[in-house]
Design a protein around this ligand. Structure first.
Ligand code: 6DF
Length: 474
């Protein structure tokens, strides 16, 4: 491989690329020379264990040999074909999803491919509104569903709506004008540690056992008029917003949507394809959605791909129409080859079951840290997607009061999650998460126990620093 002039690379990077998350002045390049499994390799050979799994999207591990070989083989056959054409890759990718991945469930009808998670959510929202002929969608606090117009409206993390903020803490963020104009209703998130309704989990069920946040959502829709509401969209466990629901929440939301005759869109962009120890997170709760948005793990991000699966009734409805919607790269043959190889790899390696077992080990190790560190208020998750809530006392007080409502005018160096991240990197471990008080840990499905031990040791080191640094001074 030709010698890379990384000094020149960083110069061009700074000079020609629009930044996100940092001002130009704040920006520091992070040069990565190559990747391997759960590791990023820097130009000087430093290996970083990636417990962010990039953006929880490399399920089969970096540079997966099976996926890479399939891409190379497809490149011998194709450049590019648009969606109007039929290829074996696209047809087989659809068959694998409907028959091999979801074959033991009766609901799946058909799939439409797109290129990203935001596009998958946009398509899911559009189909739901077309099918029900209703304008309104219900989302939840702290939801993250994407950055495009429709997906951004149902995204309710204030700091995640493509706004701009100066680095001076006192300035007000500027949101994209008109970007939040749209018909959406916002329900409470099942964030039991800090219940928006002021309840305490365990004493918030009504006489029928319904959670207060579900009852609130039900009343919202009844007051709005269910005949106005096309769907409720939920992540099953909130990824960017870092909220893991109580066991009964998803089944009760599903029952509520059936009672009120509105669709349920499960946004599985982040949780799909084995990440939580099931093929899809909704399967932990014994329910079936009407529509599922998916991306990330569909191809393990070797090549961008996304998809929407609709139930049989919606598929039959859509089949009646000449539906004009076009996404140039929908069903891209090389992306579809990557999807087929990725699904074959996960199926053949029984990686969903492996992620479930690894999840038990992750839980055991993280609960062990919770015993040792008073700054851990909560550990929750499954498979290779875990949440660690950082608190400053046994009343579960957050270090950063604004918590999940933060926007980027806050000083990120004061966030305990960033302090932990900076210390863990000293041990060669990247810890995931974007909220001020919450770590969101994710790896590939085939992460080794040795690497989990390495991640937990780095976390132990970082939490010890956090407690000595923040708890003594706060
Ligand atoms: N739906 C969900 N997650 C998502 C995403 C999308 C849709 C972002 C990138 C994330 C997640 C965790 C931490 C930080 O980016 P995209 O258009 O392919 O998918 C939008 C539930 O999590 C993206 C960022």
């Amino acid at each position: 491989m030709t010698e890379i002039n990384w000094k020149q690379v960083e110069e061009w990077d700074k000079k020609y690329i629009l930044r996100t998350f940092s001002t130009q002045e704040e920006y520091q390049p992070i040069p990565i020379e190559s990747t391997d499994g759960d590791y990023l390799i820097m130009p000087d050979g430093t290996r970083l264990l990636d417990c962010f799994n990039q953006l929880y999207c490399v399920n089969a591990g970096q540079k997966n040999e099976k996926i890479n070989n399939a891409i190379k083989e497809a490149l011998d056959r194709y450049g590019f074909l648009q969606d109007a054409y039929t290829t074996d890759y696209k047809a087989r990718a659809a068959k694998l999803i409907i028959e091999d991945v979801l074959g033991n469930e009766s609901w799946p009808g058909k799939v439409r491919f797109v290129s990203t998670g935001s596009e998958a959510v946009e398509t899911a929202l559009m189909i739901a509104k077309l099918y029900k002929s209703r304008p309104l969608v219900v989302t939840r606090e702290y939801a993250y569903h994407g950055w495009t117009k429709g997906s951004s409206i149902v995204t309710r993390l204030k700091g995640s709506k493509s706004g701009v903020t100066e680095s001076v803490p006192s300035t007000r963020p500027q949101h994209v004008p008109g970007n939040d104009s749209g018909v959406v209703a916002v329900a409470p998130s099942p964030n039991c540690m800090r219940c928006s309704l002021g309840h305490k989990y365990g004493s918030c069920h009504d006489e029928n056992g319904e959670l207060a946040c579900v009852k609130y959502t039900r009343r919202m829709i009844e007051n709005q008029g269910p005949e106005q509401v096309a769907a409720v969209i939920t992540e099953v466990t909130q990824g960017a917003g870092s909220v893991h629901p109580p066991e009964e929440y998803i089944p009760q939301i599903r029952q509520m949507t059936k009672d009120l005759d509105v669709l349920w869109i499960a946004d599985e962009v982040l949780t799909g394809f084995g990440r939580t120890g099931e093929w899809f997170a909704y399967q932990h709760y014994g329910v079936e959605p009407d529509i599922v948005a998916m991306a990330k793990g569909i191809s393990s991000s070797a090549i961008p791909a996304g998809a929407v699966v609709v139930n049989k009734e919606i598929a039959e409805f859509m089949d009646q129409y000449r539906w004009e919607t076009v996404s140039t790269y929908s069903g891209h043959p090389i992306a579809m080859a990557a999807v087929c190889a990725n699904l074959d790899y996960i199926l053949e390696g029984n990686l969903v079951e492996k992620a479930k077992q690894v999840g038990d080990y992750f839980e055991q190790k993280l609960l062990g840290l919770k015993e040792k560190h008073c700054c851990i208020g909560k550990v929750a998750g499954y498979g290779v997607l875990w949440l660690v809530e950082l608190v400053k006392d046994d009343k579960m007080t957050p270090f950063v009061e604004i918590d999940r409502n933060f926007t980027h005018e806050a000083d990120p160096t004061t966030f305990p999650s960033n302090i932990v991240r900076a210390k863990a990197i000293e041990k060669g471990v990247l810890i995931g998460g974007v909220m001020p008080n919450t770590l969101r840990i994710g790896t590939s499905l085939n992460v080794t126990k040795e690497d989990i031990d390495k991640a937990v040791d780095a976390l132990d080191y970082a939490l010890t620093y956090l407690e000595s640094h923040l708890l003594q001074t706060s």
